[in-house]
Design a protein around this ligand. Structure first.
Ligand SMILES: NC(=O)c1ccc[n+]([C@@H]2O[C@H](COP(=O)([O-])OP(=O)(O)OC[C@H]3O[C@@H](n4cnc5c(N)ncnc54)[C@H](OP(=O)(O)O)[C@@H]3O)[C@@H](O)[C@H]2O)c1
Length: 231
């Protein structure tokens, strides 16, 4: 049954970024919808629903939004956090098998594109008071290359383009689109020190801010948004 509480949908929700973002928005009064492969729908409750979904199939994304709308209501914040990489031979990146490239591109980009489409349709239907914010968890690979990570870089770069385009096109309708990228204070990638809490803090700020800020949200734990020159 749809409620009057605002709703956040997190696609690709796991123990780090996903769980921290879910807890932070729940503390702000949001109902939470989580989607990932290992979630069990029977673990859902009145405040948080779990949707079992594999984002390597972009056609599954519309159904995820339909389930959220039917059980909690239209999402006013959508976070796309799933990512996939198949490490390639650094000296022969073009040897990556097409099947791996294609599956990972679906997870990193095509499903994120469908999620942004569905988010915009949802934002269109919401009242003026909704947050209307779409956030894609990125990394530094939209602005540099790393030899063994070709398909992750292709996916992050392509989705950064989608986010940048949408941020420009929809800001006059009050919709906000962001590419979030945690860095260390010197601008280096966060890598394994990726901090779920720092993501949650930034994502709440972006959702609460009334208008579109810089589409590329490079940020540092305990500091927040920080611009870095392209790597
Ligand atoms: N800035 C940096 O330096 C940096 C470093 C590392 C990562 N990152 C980014 O951070 C994000 C991940 O953060 P995290 O691992 O901490 O998040 P998390 O919320 O702990 O986990 C992400 C979840 O995505 C789900 N997922 C993966 N593939 C999926 C698929 N095909 N379909 C549905 N769900 C899928 C997985 O759950 P299931 O197994 O249940 O599907 C996984 O647990 C990624 O976007 C990654 O690129 C950035």
């Amino acid at each position: 049954m749809a409620s009057t509480s605002p709703v956040i949908l997190i696609l690709g929700s796991g123990p780090n970024v996903g769980q921290h973002v879910a807890r932070a928005f729940a503390a702000k009064g949001y109902k939470v919808a989580l989607a990932s492969r290992s979630l069990k729908e029977e673990d859902s409750n009145a405040d948080q629903i779990h949707i079992s979904a594999d984002l390597s199939d972009p056609h599954s994304v519309k159904g995820i939004f339909s389930k959220v709308k039917a059980s909690l209501g239209l999402p006013s914040v959508v976070v796309y956090n799933a990512a996939a990489v198949t490490p390639n031979n650094p000296e022969d990146p073009l040897s990556l098998p097409l099947a791996d490239f294609s599956r990972d591109f679906h997870i990193n980009t095509t499903s994120a594109f469908v999620a942004a489409q569905q988010a915009a349709l949802s934002f269109e239907e919401l009242t003026d008071h909704g947050s209307k914010t779409f956030i894609y968890t990125g990394n530094i690979l939209n602005s540099t290359t790393m030899a063994p990570l070709l398909d992750l870089g292709v996916g992050k770069s392509a989705t950064a383009h989608i986010i940048r385009s949408a941020a420009a096109a929809y800001s006059n309708r009050g919709f906000k689109f962001y590419y979030a990228d945690e860095r260390k204070a010197d601008g280096a990638p966060a890598y394994s020190q990726l901090n779920g809490d720092a993501h949650a803090k930034l994502y709440v700020e972006l959702a609460e801010h009334k208008s579109q800020g810089p589409w590329q949200q490079t940020f540092v734990k305990d500091i927040g948004y920080k611009h870095f020159p392209a790597a």
